[in-house]
Design a protein around this ligand. Structure first.
Ligand code: ATP
Ligand code: MG
Length: 299
């Protein structure tokens, strides 16, 4: 019997239960002003979209008002949030290219109160090229977002968090996100070549700081798809923490089948499997982000 109670599985269950108990007592502080996070890494498949939708849903579940701007033509964030982005739907494309206000394209997420999304429709695929000849091509999202935030604040409906899900490229869509944002969140997959491309992303961020967005900071690094049983995951985590000692969250997101299957049910893992390891980890990461922000602003 002692084997059963002392097994790794039993220990993991006990750990998860303890985490859930602690989480129940926690609340996320409201930021002093809206925090705008671009979730970016030009490497594909590292968990940008999964991180965007689950952190957004976690913070909304804590009672904060959250908007996801889907800026990836793949529209995966829109799918996970069950937001209509086919047919006649309008979204981030119209905001960027046709000067349609954000307030006219956002839709509430039916599964999660306080959570809204500006969908990515198929026409967003041409945006990188269509933006090139336009005036203010790098600042279009920032202008739209500034007007939107002012309007919401005046109406007494201030947003606490805006997450921008970027495509896996450093083209004009990502540039628009980096110019509109105040912070960058980089998800890093706990796999071989995890840090590959990060220097290039940092150079792009540096360029934005030098020219259009001097206050932009890489505030948050999140390790995704972490497998604590493997040496590889541990080694990657170690080198990421060496490279980004202040920015890397203590919480790692474990690899979990529930996390990957939630979007096929048009859900985030926060509503699909609220008691599972994935939801618990994303809630813990969301709290860390909220608390670190509050500590920085002296709240
Ligand atoms: P892209 O660059 O194509 O936009 P991405 O960086 O947004 O990709 P995701 O789509 O979030 O990455 O994740 C890539 C794949 O990994 C998806 O199939 C997703 O379901 C899966 N995945 C992400 N996080 C986890 C996790 N913690 N556990 C298991 N699978 C995961
Ligand atoms: Mg994605």
């Amino acid at each position: 019997m002692s084997d059963v109670f002392d097994s790794p599985i039993a220990r993991q269950i006990a750990e998860l239960n303890a985490k859930k108990k602690t989480l129940k007592k926690k609340s996320a502080p409201r930021p002093g002003k809206t925090r705008v996070l671009a979730v970016s890494n030009q490497k594909g498949g590292v968990g940008k979209t999964t991180t965007t939708v689950n952190l957004a849903a976690a913070l909304a579940t804590f009672g904060l008002r959250v908007l996801v701007i889907d800026l990836d033509p793949q529209g995966n964030a829109s799918t996970a949030l069950n937001i209509d982005h086919r047919g006649d739907a309008i979204g981030s494309y119209e905001v960027l290219l046709e000067d349609i206000p954000l307030s006219e394209v956002i839709q509430p997420c039916t599964e999660v109160p306080n959570l809204f999304c500006s969908p990515a429709t198929l026409n967003l695929a041409g945006t990188d090229v269509e933006l090139v000849p336009l005036e203010n091509r790098e600042t279009r999202l920032r202008s739209a977002l500034e007007s939107f935030l002012d309007e919401q604040e005046t109406a007494g409906k201030r947003f606490d968090y805006i997450f921008i899900d970027c495509p896996p490229a450093l083209g004009l869509l990502t540039v628009n996100a980096l110019v509109a944002a105040t912070e960058v969140l980089i998800p890093i997959q706990s796999e071989y070549y995890a840090l590959e491309g990060i220097t290039q992303l940092r150079d792009t961020i540096e360029q934005m700081r030098g020219y259009l967005n001097p206050d932009l900071v890489v505030s948050t690094i999140l390790l995704t798809m972490y497998d604590r049983r493997t040496n590889l995951s541990r080694e990657v985590a170690e080198s990421v923490r060496e490279f980004f000692p202040k920015e890397t969250l203590d919480t790692e997101i474990p690899r979990s089948v529930r996390v990957s299957e939630a979007p096929s049910f048009s859900q985030t893992v926060i509503s699909y499997d609220p008691e599972g390891v994935g939801a618990v980890a994303y809630k813990e990461a969301a709290l860390e982000i909220a608390q670190r922000g509050a500590a920085k602003n002296g709240h």
